[in-house]
Design a protein around this ligand. Structure first.
Ligand SMILES: O=P(O)(O)O[C@H]1O[C@H](CO)[C@@H](O)[C@H]1O
Ligand SMILES: O=c1cc[nH]c(=O)[nH]1
Length: 239
């Protein structure tokens, strides 16, 4: 089957994939595998397939935001991918998770527009529990990086407009971090019968205007991003 937006043939895809926002990060993940080959690069969607610890794994970038990412997740699952792990970055809601921490998302608050057009209001966006636990167990083995698991929030807005987002309420409710695609991943995986989980590296605090404070280019963030790439690959290879 030809997957028209990824510009891939499903026959070339294995049954598991790491997904990430940035096409450049997809290349960095592919570089950690053996014999990785770039299969396609259309729009923001860059696809590699390689081997990690003897297991064939795809790495695919999905861009920024739920609508574009949803196209990627749908086509991968239509193409036969059954297990997906997102590797990303997020803003932290808590001083307990300073920049350079790792968060495994067990569920995502659906404050995005895309999933509201797929499922009714109360439908939960949840990780596959066993996959999320396997991801967390791998992450916990990495020394020197603060690691947590819990609820994350998926938002469409990156830079503020004139409407104030209620970060304070979600912080009080115990949400750990904010990013832009996990709710789409979990909702689509649930709808289509696939398994999904996600790990994100915190790169700052999400309750300020990011236009003033966003800086993902620090050593602590790079170290956490490097670690989460290996954690995701190890988790997929161990299934
Ligand atoms: O690091 P990635 O995977 O791109 O994820 C986060 O970073 C982007 C914003 O800079 C959004 O896509 C957000 O979800
Ligand atoms: O969506 C995102 C991603 C990284 N950092 C943030 O604060 N927000």
């Amino acid at each position: 089957m030809f997957l028209p937006v990824l510009k891939l043939n499903s026959e070339d895809l294995p049954d598991r994939a790491v997904v990430c926002g940035d096409p450049g990060r997809a290349k960095l993940i592919a570089d950690r595998m053996e014999d990785a080959k770039e299969l396609a690069y259309n729009r923001e969607y860059r696809t590699f397939v390689g081997t990690y610890q003897g297991v064939c794994i795809a790495v695919v970038s999905h861009g920024v935001g739920c609508p574009g990412a949803a196209v990627c997740f749908e086509e991968l699952i239509r193409g036969g991918v059954k297990t997906l792990i997102r590797v990303g970055t997020a803003g932290s809601y808590t001083q307990d998770l300073p920049p350079g921490s790792l968060v495994v998302s067990t569920a995502a608050v659906r404050t995005d527009g895309l999933t509201a057009q797929l499922v009714p209001e109360g439908f939960p966006a949840v990780a596959d529990p066993e996959l999320a636990l396997a991801l967390y167990n791998q992450a916990s083995q990495v020394e020197g990086i603060n690691t947590a698991k819990g609820i994350t929030l998926t938002l469409d807005v990156f830079y503020n407009g004139v409407v104030e987002f209620p970060h304070k309420l979600y912080k009080q409710a115990g949400v750990l971090a904010v990013e832009m695609e996990i709710s789409a991943l979990y909702t689509i995986a649930s709808l289509r019968g696939a398994k999904a989980a996600a790990i994100v590296a915190t790169d700052g605090y999400a309750d300020a205007d990011l236009a003033d404070v966003y800086d993902p280019y620090t050593d602590a963030v790079s170290k956490a991003v490097e670690a989460e790439m290996d954690i995701a690959l190890r988790t997929l290879a161990s299934l």
